[in-house]
Write a protein of this length. Structure first.
Length: 451
């Protein structure tokens, strides 16, 4: 992500700036001892004072980023070039050949030998042809860009720098230097040279370089796998809301959002408010990350906490001091598996994605943390007395304009947004610089998210 505005450090945690080798190795580390204790099993209802135990928003992101490092090393995998976009190299990209692998013409024109004028051969040299015959002094041959240079060539004379006389001889219109417009073998690299180090993000340009260097696949950190469990008996999958039922907004939204964050979505299951179905789904999943929607509070059909207690999960974050999205949670369900419980309200679920799922997935995929940046807000934004607020904004020039449809159940604001403003407790005044979190499509574009 390209940093815009002023770089800031208010919410730039040490653990978000992960050392790449550590991220690739996913080294087990003891849990930090700062702030609310992230360890221990899920507490029972008798100890449910979650509002007071909720984790500050910056700390929650730190815990999520560090949580994935506690698992075993994820084995690198070879991935065909066509499927590697957005992954991270787990082995250096070393040249398998010289580039270029033979002397080539850098321009359309003539390959010439010795001083001019030159007699021109009848047959030219095109790209892709075998080694052409050597040239003799005073001889030239038509040549195309990328074609192999004939042995004993002095230079390539560009088409616009030569003229033919009435006897069919080629004359230069300027100076011709030795080696002019010839790309010599190995100009870019020699066989065995390291082109890119471990930890490089595979971009379209990296794919092109790998192909040019002779690769059909690259060794990468595997894409994290995510299962999505949609909870709630009140959800419709089609048609208009009716008779107390509402459309499920998260089922359509979460899979592409998680893909934009680098995950491979391995399943989307709709479980309703069925505690046994939730238990079976969680215990049978082999994904790196399980996402649940709703059911994270303490109501009669909120089954996420009881399920986590039942399986002996380790609760790392139980509530975050952020609005919307306070009742989100993060748990370690197995040594190499985590569960992020998102609130059921759509914008609150977005808050949970960016607070807990994004740092965890980023660590699993060995992606670097985005550079924090800030822009002044064009309007005053009222804050919560104690909690961080995440407010959808659009970027206009050198400022950010808050959007007003920002309630926990609303998606109208974030659907038009470029970023979320991180409003600290107490609020932000007009013109005050405020940290922003870019939304995936604002920086990569809908069509080129790394999926």
């Amino acid at each position: 992500m390209t940093a815009r505005g002023s770089r800031i450090g208010a919410h730039a945690q040490d653990a978000d700036d992960l050392d790449l080798e550590e991220a690739l190795a996913l080294v087990r580390e003891p849990r930090p001892d700062r702030g609310p204790a992230p360890g221990g099993h899920v507490p029972g209802p008798a100890s449910d004072d979650r509002h007071h135990k909720a984790t500050p928003w910056p700390r929650a992101r730190e815990i999520a980023a560090r949580a994935a490092r506690s698992g075993a090393r994820r084995t690198p995998v070879p991935v065909p070039l066509g499927d590697a976009l957005g992954l991270v190299l787990a082995a250096p990209l070393d040249a398998l050949t010289d580039l270029p692998s033979f002397d080539t013409s850098a321009m359309d024109g003539w390959a010439v030998a010795g001083p001019g004028p030159w007699a021109v051969r009848a047959e030219g040299v095109l790209a892709g042809q075998a080694q052409p015959e050597p040239l003799s002094d005073g001889e030239a041959v038509r040549i195309a860009t990328g074609a192999r240079i004939p042995p004993d060539t002095t230079a390539v004379l560009r088409s616009e720098h030569g003229r033919m006389d009435d006897k069919g001889r080629l004359h230069p219109t300027g100076e011709v230097g030795h080696g002019q417009d010839i790309r010599p073998r190995g100009q870019e690299c020699r066989t065995g040279d390291q082109l890119l180090p471990v930890g490089t993000l595979v971009t379209p340009a990296v794919l092109g370089l790998a192909a040019a260097a002779g690769y059909d696949s690259v060794t990468t950190v595997p894409r994290p796998r995510a299962d999505i469990l949609v909870l709630g008996d009140e959800l419709l999958t089609e048609g208009r809301p009716r008779e107390g039922l509402i459309r499920d907004a998260l089922g359509p939204m979460l899979p592409p959002w998680l893909r934009a964050l680098g995950a491979e979505v391995t399943g989307v299951r709709r479980l309703g408010d069925d505690a046994e179905a939730l238990h079976r789904a969680v215990t049978s999943s082999d994904a790196d990350l399980i996402i649940t929607t709703g059911g994270t509070a303490a109501g009669p059909v909120d089954h996420v906490h009881p399920t986590l207690r039942r399986i002996g999960a380790e609760l790392l974050v139980d509530g975050v001091k952020v609005r919307p999205g306070h009742p989100m949670l993060l748990a370690r369900t197995k040594e190499n598996q985590h569960l992020v419980g998102l609130p059921g309200n759509p914008l609150a679920a977005v808050s949970g994605l960016l607070t807990l799922a994004e740092p965890l997935l980023r660590t699993l995929a060995a992606h670097p943390a985005p550079e924090p940046y800030a822009l002044p807000l064009r309007e005053t934004v009222h804050g919560h007395p104690y909690d961080t607020r995440l407010i959808p904004v659009v970027l206009r020039g050198d400022g950010a304009v808050p959007l007003h449809y920002n309630g926990p159940a609303m998606l109208r604001g974030v659907a038009a947004a470029d970023a979320l403003a991180v409003v600290p407790p107490g609020g932000t005044q007009q013109g005050q610089e405020t940290e922003l979190i870019d939304l995936p499509w604002a920086t990569a574009g809908i069509g080129v998210c790394f999926t």
